[in-house]
Design a binder for this molecule. Sequence first.
Ligand SMILES: Cc1cc2nc3c(=O)[nH]c(=O)nc-3n(C[C@H](O)[C@H](O)[C@H](O)COP(=O)(O)OP(=O)(O)OC[C@H]3O[C@@H](n4cnc5c(N)ncnc54)[C@H](O)[C@@H]3O)c2cc1C
Ligand code: FES
Length: 261
Amino acid sequence: MMTNTICRVEYNDYINKNIKKMGISGIEHKREVLPGQFLHIKPGSDYHGLLLRRPISISDVLPSTGIMEIIYLIKGPGTAELSRLKPGDGVDVLGPLGNGLVLDDNVKNLLLIGGGMGVAPLLYAARYYKHLSLNGIFGWRDTGSLIPLGAAKDFMDRVYICTQDGSTGHRGLVTDIFCERVEDIRPDMVFACGPVAMLKEVQRLCTRFGLDSRFSMEERMGCGVGSCMTCACKIERDGNWQYERVCCDGPVFNGQRVVFD
Ligand SMILES: Cc1cc2nc3c(=O)[nH]c(=O)nc-3n(C[C@H](O)[C@H](O)[C@H](O)COP(=O)(O)OP(=O)(O)OC[C@H]3O[C@@H](n4cnc5c(N)ncnc54)[C@H](O)[C@@H]3O)c2cc1C
Ligand code: FES
């Protein structure tokens, strides 16, 4: 069940150079929020470019207060406008939206793989699935683009961090560590979010290692609720492919079924 509400910004702080974490209270939701679900946020109302909502993943739901957190990169006009909001300001939020990650009972060992801003939804996955055996492999371009893991680190058995320039953690890509560690970790399922190039490689490796996977996908969005098809992505069904909507059929899809062109 999703609603459109004017909510309250509780905090909106820098956690890295161009990355902020915003805590929002007053988001109504009848069902439990699932990892991978997102908020569709109206950044402003003054001019055309800011009327379109921006989809941002829920990166945490704080158990004591119900505050939902988002972590966002200040990229263009929409996120720049969000970055100007102060504690106490109102923010127009539609959501939680989308189908999040639901695991079968037979999944006991979950591996989270995230790249860049794709790490954000995995932080909530760590809290939500903290009762499982959890490992994380997270990578960024460099220290300046890194997302601090915060409380999520405490929910995971092992966390591997890498940057492409080696400025923090291992030098290299998350998929290098995935290859090195898969035998020790022996996951039942991989949950991944990140750039397409990363997801493509995770998909190839999951096939090679015989692992089941779920990917949280990102596409440009219009309505966010299934009526405009802006967010279509190709999903394999019965040996063929069809377009499905990231906003309401996803954003979480069976990773082995995503068709990358
Ligand atoms: C399901 C989902 C979850 C997301 N979660 C996060 C998150 O947790 N943190 C984060 O920093 N970013 C996230 N994004 C990307 C985020 O929506 C864009 O970075 C943001 O909309 C950019 O808006 P802008 O006006 O600042 O930039 P501009 O680049 O000027 O955006 C112009 C238009 O393009 C759209 N757009 C631009 N980049 C993207 C993108 N990557 N995906 C979808 N639409 C885009 C915008 O919504 C806007 O309508 C997510 C996207 C999706 C689809
Ligand atoms: S954004 Fe309109 S159908 Fe998904």
